[in-house]
Design a protein around this ligand. Sequence first.
Ligand code: SF4
Length: 144
Amino acid sequence: MMLVSACLAGIDCAWDGKDRLAPRIKHMVEKGLAVAVCPEVLGGRPIPRTRTEIRGGSGGNVLDGMAKVFDENSKDVTKEFLIGAHKALDIVEKHNIKKAILKSRSPSCGCDEIYDGSFQGRLVRGDGVTAALLKRKGVSCQNI
Ligand code: SF4
């Protein structure tokens, strides 16, 4: 069993109310080979919603209380991101999942590369909040 970003499975849960369909991911979910999760929605964020980026570091820094997640109106949404990440981890542990395929560059799901918090489209090295938590728990994360 694998964890996948729900937007990749064709669920309309991205910030703009649309999906980010990757047909092979949707197929995996339909075959029962993957569980689709949207950490931001699990954390209580609405659909559609404002865009968000991590300021002052990466997802690991957010987990450690050293950085925060803000939306494009400078509203602090860190708490929702932490709740969503821990709910995603609960699902991972329940299903004994060791691998995740997640949406790239997301402040939740991004692995190795995220936006820098300026909302100017600039990328920096680092993980989203959920990806960072899953990696800490030994889950292998891959982005598409
Ligand atoms: S939080 Fe993850 S699953 Fe949800 S819309 Fe963003 S990238 Fe997709």
